[in-house]
Design a protein around this ligand. Structure first.
Ligand SMILES: Cc1cc2nc3c(=O)[nH]c(=O)nc-3n(C[C@H](O)[C@H](O)[C@H](O)COP(=O)(O)OP(=O)(O)OC[C@H]3O[C@@H](n4cnc5c(N)ncnc54)[C@H](O)[C@@H]3O)c2cc1C
Length: 409
């Protein structure tokens, strides 16, 4: 019976353990936290958005995102759903193809994974940090911080990235890979709040609106999203921003000139907005300029937008505004452009972009090309997905494929 050690009891590690166990391997999962699956419990706000109906390569990023195709060809959406059904998890679909357990509980997903592992006789060893993997004379040794050494025929590294280190993944997997001679594509946080460089953030912290956000890098558009925009003291978050945060993170880390352009009225053209403002001003001509937009946009945004529009003396009657000034207000409302200074730290990011260079990993088996017998799965690899269930989908699929191949050869 092949002995397999899995480093990391997160989403990918638990599925790797089950697939290897079902293939009759002896399995030991080594986990640095007091218990396995801590991050899994936090996913989808405790509801676990475990996959997405619209699975395809366009939702994945990294230096070579097409790498995922070989893995999903072996363990795609249908197999993922069948796998969870075999464990007793009913799935329900929500907006944008997002798939959740019908129980609405991430804990139920963790429970059934652990139950299956137990049935298969896979061992969980917690409070155990693997510090290095040694390869000598065909045998593999996982050397742990507590002095224990676990020997194995094959090792699967499922140690995650650097995001939310309080939930377990602290970049330790990258160090293990480097120790084996692997290259690490410089990691940066993704699915994370964006920090803005603007003097008025304290005034608008807590304001939530719907709108369109666009990332501009050196003046060129790098992506747009429509959805919630939520201002904070440090900058901005909300669903639209989380989706764009990868681009902001990547380019601010590189020191590139990065801005967010916000459109508060994405459903209408600038001309139509100009006309709407003009009508509003005609019927409210005696109202102060800084009051005439109350009821049309969030009150706390009005002074900021009038300043962005360079409207002098905003207490004067709005009927005094020139057509040029109305145009400036329409431009500010549809093209409010704010410099980005970076993103919030690893502690707040849901996903790590970057990781083990996938050119050094077999695209069918996920075995290391540097260290035979060692496999990689999950976020430790240079693959990250959009929000919406794509990251867990990658973790399950890569874990299953690595578990299967590690226990077959
Ligand atoms: C708050 C939050 C919400 C999220 N929600 C979703 C969602 O709804 N849908 C979705 O698709 N994705 C979501 N994600 C992302 C998703 O959780 C991850 O992409 C996924 O868990 C990665 O799985 P993994 O197995 O690669 O790594 P992890 O789940 O991070 O597991 C890695 C494990 O390895 C252990 N470990 C690390 N180093 C060592 C070591 N040296 N020795 C021993 N053990 C070690 C860690 O303690 C950890 O348990 C969310 C992430 C966060 C933070």
């Amino acid at each position: 019976m092949a002995q397999i050690v899995i480093i990391g009891g997160g989403a990918s590690g638990l599925v790797a353990a089950i697939m290897a166990g079902r293939n009759e391997a002896g399995v030991t999962v080594l986990e640095r936290m007091q218990r396995v699956g801590k991050k899994l419990l936090a996913t989808g706000n405790g509801r676990c958005n475990l996959a997405n109906r619209h699975l395809d390569v366009s939702h994945y990023h990294g230096t070579h995102p097409e790498f995922i195709e070989g893995i999903f060809a072996q363990f795609g959406l249908e197999k993922t759903l069948a796998f969870f059904e075999s464990l007793g998890v009913d799935i329900q679909e929500e907006d944008e193809g997002r798939l959740f357990p019908s129980s609405g509980q991430a804990s139920s997903v963790l429970d059934v994974l652990r139950y299956e592992m137990e049935q298969l006789g896979a061992a969980e060893v917690c409070d155990t940090i693997v510090q290095s993997i040694q390869c000598a004379h065909g045998a593999l040794r996982c050397v742990c911080g507590n002095g224990h050494v676990y020997e194995a025929d094959r090792v699967i590294v499922c140690a995650g990235g650097k995001s939310t280190p309080n939930l377990g993944s602290n970049g330790g997997g990258f160090k293990l890979a480097q120790g084996l001679g692997h290259t690490i594509i410089e990691p940066f946080p993704a699915l994370v709040q964006v920090c803005l460089d603007a003097p008025y953030l304290n005034q608008i912290a807590g304001v939530a609106i719907q709108g369109k956000a666009e990332v501009l890098v050196d003046g060129e558009s790098r992506g747009t999203e429509i959805g919630e925009l939520l201002f904070a003291k440090y900058g901005i978050s909300g669903s639209a921003i989380l989706k764009l945060s990868r681009q902001v993170s990547e380019y601010t880390v590189k020191g590139r000139d990065t801005h967010l352009r916000l459109d508060l009225f994405p459903a209408i053209s600038q001309g139509a907005l100009y006309e709407q403002i003009r009508q509003r001003i005609m019927t409210n001509s005696q109202k102060p300029t800084n009051f005439c937009f109350v009821g049309c946009i969030h009150k706390r945004l009005i002074p900021i937008l009038l300043r962005e529009a360079c409207i002098s003396n905003p207490a004067r009657p709005c009927g005094d505004l020139s057509s040029g000034e109305i145009e400036q207000i329409a431009t500010a409302m549809k093209g409010w452009t704010i410099p980005c200074s970076g993103t919030q730290s690893w502690m707040f990011s849901q996903v790590t972009a970057g990781g083990v260079d996938i050119r050094e990993v077999d695209s069918v088996t996920l075995e290391s090309k540097r260290a035979p017998g060692v496999y990689f799965a999950g976020e430790v690899l240079d693959i990250d997905g959009d929000s919406g269930g794509y990251n867990l989908q990658w973790a399950w699929a890569s874990g299953a494929v690595a578990g299967l191949h590690a226990s077959t050869c």
